[in-house]
Ligand binder design. Structure first.
Ligand SMILES: Nc1nc2c(ncn2[C@@H]2O[C@H](COP(=O)(O)OP(=O)(O)OP(=O)(O)O)[C@@H](O)[C@H]2O)c(=O)[nH]1
Ligand SMILES: [Mg+2]
Length: 359
């Protein structure tokens, strides 16, 4: 035990304090059920109606006209969206979110109970748009809330309407209807690091190798149609979320292939990984195309911290291309083989350095 802890200390010492990626000891799930990541939903938020007021007159044993005693109705609940670390996507969000109505008022001046607010947790980084597509809320911090639909106010009972001129009012109010509004909610900051690359570059293979995620891998382009997420674990309990995004091709910005709309997921990533298949003859062209397509989506995106993953170095002749790639760019290039697992720990440390720098 003592020797193990010494060797652990020595390893940490040689790694100059950089957190080490952990290897998962648990086998991956054998379930064939694919888990889809839901990052966009249209919702209808229905606030609870207020409870109706009550008309009632109290009769006592000694006082037959003891006065109006109708209580007020309770307020309806609001529908509230709350940014929370506990959820990672929008799968659990129902398309109709309905808050409870307030209770009716009753006799003996009993007011109806206010309904509880219907609070729906959404991941941090959720953006709420109204029916016209205008962004009206950005839940970018833990605990931020957005009231999607206000509940109606409770109606007043007849006790409320007593006045000098009206001692026995036979009127009360109905509870107000809750708001009914439609929104689209969208998850923008899905991951800390986003993987960008051509189809077949090996993004999904790499995500499988560095995390417990199981995106489909196949030797044909556009295998990945929706983003997949994987978590990298480090020995200081830090976790980094990496997103495998669909492939980009030349003219993606003109809606070729799968287009560039999915790049909205990379908008809030703190770093980008360009995954490049170096077994191809001209990896520098691939890099230029990827950068160009990114710049077509947003000029700001291209300024993000970047790393180049030169994948498939196990294929003969690929290593020469790594040198060409390194000479042609200032971005750090890390040669790996996602399929065999070569050099992955160096890549994971480099990802951690990039993440720490831009936290
Ligand atoms: N030899 C070798 N083959 C690899 C390596 N990484 C991925 N591949 C192969 O490349 C093919 C495509 O891999 P994917 O991981 O599906 O590629 P992708 O970038 O996710 O492709 P899309 O989802 O279509 O965008 C598969 O047949 C993989 O087995 C590698 O390091 N070495
Ligand atoms: Mg893929």
């Amino acid at each position: 035990m003592f020797r193990r802890s010494i060797s652990f200390c020595i390893t940490r010492f040689y790694c100059q304090g950089i957190a080490q990626p952990l290897r998962s000891r648990k086998p991956k799930s054998q379930s064939v059920k694919a888990q889809h990541f839901i990052d966009f939903k249209r919702i209808k938020a229905l606030g609870g109606s207020g409870g109706d007021g009550c008309i009632s007159f109290l009769h006592l044993w000694s006082n037959e006209f003891a006065g109006p005693d109708g209580g007020d109705g309770g307020h309806g609940g609001h529908v509230v969206l709350k940014a929370s670390m506990d959820v990672k996507d929008l799968t659990h969000v129902l398309s109709i979110l309905k808050a409870e109505p307030g209770e009716r008022g009753s006799n003996k001046d009993c007011n109806g109970k206010n309904a509880d607010h219907f609070i729906v947790n959404v991941p941090i980084g959720t953006v709420v748009k109204n029916e016209r597509g205008k962004v009206i809320a950005d839940l970018s911090e833990e605990g931020l809330m957005f009231v999607a639909a206000r509940g109606g106010a409770g109606g007043k009972g007849n006790h409320f309407f007593i006045s000098d001129t009206m001692q026995a009012p036979e009127i009360c109010e109905y509870g107000a209807k809750g708001e009914q509004l439609e929104y689209s909610i969208e998850l923008r900051s899905m991951a800390h690091i986003g993987m960008i690359g051509f189809p077949n570059a090996g993004k999904s293979t790499l995500l499988r190798a560095i995390s417990r995620a199981r995106p489909k891998v196949a030797p044909y382009p556009f295998t990945t149609l929706k983003p997949h997420l994987g978590m990298i674990q480090y020995d200081d309990y830090e976790q980094i979320a990496v997103a495998d995004l669909p492939g980009l091709i030349p003219d993606s910005h003109k809606n070729k292939g799968l287009g560039i709309q999915f790049l909205k997921h990379a908008e809030r990533c703190s770093g980008l990984l360009f995954v490049i298949d170096v077994s191809n003859e001209n990896p520098c062209d691939h890099l230029d195309t990827l950068k160009y397509e990114l710049s077509q989506f947003s000029d700001e995106l291209i300024q993000r911290p970047q790393l180049i993953v030169a994948n498939k170095i196990d294929i003969p002749g690929a290593f020469d291309n790594v040198k060409i790639l390194k000479d042609s760019t200032d971005i750090p290039v890390i040669p790996v083989s996602a399929k065999i697992g070569t050099n992955l720990s160096e890549l994971l440390q480099e990802i951690r350095r990039m993440y720490d720098k831009n936290k």
